[in-house]
Write a new protein. Structure first.
Length: 196
């Protein structure tokens, strides 16, 4: 066991968070221990506490980072002078890219957030609910402007987000199309399904 090896300007804490996301994805937050994490990182368990306070801090950092990325993206999209359909496509592509490129973080955030301690649990739940409402509001705007079929916007958001979470099977598949092909197929199916 030695020092935590860093790459490309990453801090030791960032390395620990990255390894924790992978471990939580593989074993689940409850089953993963600090001893498991220390083994994956390649240090003694006691050394981890020089960089982090607890396992719960790691989950908080992962979930908060993911939630903030999505909130920042929807802020940016809402500020753009675009049609509702264009905004939805940008958000959908962002979700797909996050699942392709930041898979471990997004899966952990999506599955393990219920294990957050307070006040982080309430804050995360609120941020998640608000995000979905804002996404639905964009769809409702498109319905009013007759760009999008008359559908239940909340249901449309739920279907899109569940479709994107299905990318998990893409990561496990042995016969893969490229990430770009997957993105284009998903956008075609989901956006064309909304369009009038």
């Amino acid at each position: 066991m030695g020092r935590i090896q860093t790459l490309n300007n990453s801090s030791r804490k960032e390395i620990i968070v990255e390894k924790a996301a992978n471990l939580f994805k593989e074993k689940g937050y409850k089953a993963a221990s600090m001893r498991d994490l220390a083994e994956v990182v390649g240090v003694e368990a006691a050394s981890l506490y020089n960089h982090i306070k607890s396992k719960s801090e790691l989950l908080h950092v992962i979930c908060l980072d993911v939630a903030n990325r999505f909130t920042n993206k929807i802020d940016e999209v809402e500020a753009e002078e675009l049609s509702a359909k264009e905004k939805i496509e940008i958000l959908l592509r962002f979700h797909i890219q996050e699942m392709l490129n930041n898979y471990e973080d997004v899966i952990v955030s999506d599955r393990e957030w219920k294990h957050l301690s307070e006040p982080y649990l309430s804050n995360f739940r609120h941020q998640r609910k608000t995000y979905r409402k804002r996404f639905a509001a964009i769809i409702e705007e498109g319905i009013k402007k007759k760009e999008i079929k008359k559908i239940d916007a909340s249901t449309a958001v739920l279907i899109m987000l569940h479709a994107v979470s299905g990318i998990e099977s893409f990561h496990r598949s042995k016969q893969k199309i490229s990430g770009k092909e997957l993105e284009e197929n998903m956008v075609t199916i989901l956006i064309n399904g909304l369009a009038k």
